[in-house]
Unconditional design. Structure first.
Length: 222
């Protein structure tokens, strides 16, 4: 929520894509939570890891093979308007058009994100940022800001599903992690403005790989 407010003040949030992704996500997040109760934890973790690795590899390869599309500019600037290959191409001035295929694509994508969010217990940012980037040609700052709105709404529904199922989290851990997350996010906003788009994309991919490696290591070997 803190990141969403900051992105809104900077004019980086695309409200319509955020609402479409959120609507689909909020609809299926409880379903994902229900399915998660039926699947062993190890299977969930491995499945989540494979998905994250696939996304990371795709983003890294794109940044290396096509740096122009990966924004070889300052991370907070630019977009790819009018690219017909995109599902949701932007207009000449960077405006968002209400094309039927785009609206349907965003809604279905939001449903998938909500399902995975409830199933794996993730906010979905690692999926939403590359999704928006590949579908709309947004700059990274706009993709991140828009994704934060989606994460806020979808995660709230997912968290509510846990509470309704009488699963109360350890509040002391929750608040500590949340406080650290806010501080880290504010630092990330400052750093992101100084990194070129392609490098930022590679860093995003590398961070995914590291997090997954550490998580798998702790679960299976430690």
């Amino acid at each position: 929520a803190v990141g969403s407010i900051k992105g809104w003040k900077n004019g980086d949030v695309l409200l319509l894509p955020a609402l479409l992704l959120s609507a689909g996500g909020m609809l299926l997040a409880p379903v994902g939570k229900w399915l998660g109760n039926l699947v062993p934890e190890g299977v969930l973790l491995v499945s989540f890891s494979l998905l994250a690795v696939m996304i990371a590899v795709r983003m890294w390869r794109q940044a290396v093979s096509n740096p122009e599309q990966a924004r070889v500019i300052r991370a907070g600037e630019g977009s790819l308007p009018g690219d017909a290959r995109l599902l949701c191409p932007l207009g000449p001035n960077g405006e968002f058009h209400l094309q039927p295929r785009c609206l349907a694509g965003l809604t279905v994508s939001g449903m998938g994100i909500g399902l995975l969010s409830g199933l794996f217990g993730v906010g979905g940012g690692f999926m939403i940022v590359p999704l928006l980037f590949l579908m709309t040609g947004l700059s990274y700052s706009a993709a991140v800001a828009t994704s934060l709105v989606v994460i806020t709404l979808v995660s709230s529904i997912g968290f509510g599903s846990y509470l309704l199922m009488n699963e109360t989290p350890p509040l002391d851990v929750l608040f500590q992690v949340a406080a650290g997350g806010v501080l880290g996010m504010l630092a990330g906003f400052a750093i992101g403005k100084k990194i070129a788009g392609a490098k930022l994309q590679q860093g995003f991919a590398l961070a995914l790989i590291i997090v997954i490696g550490v998580t798998l290591g702790r679960f299976f070997w430690f």
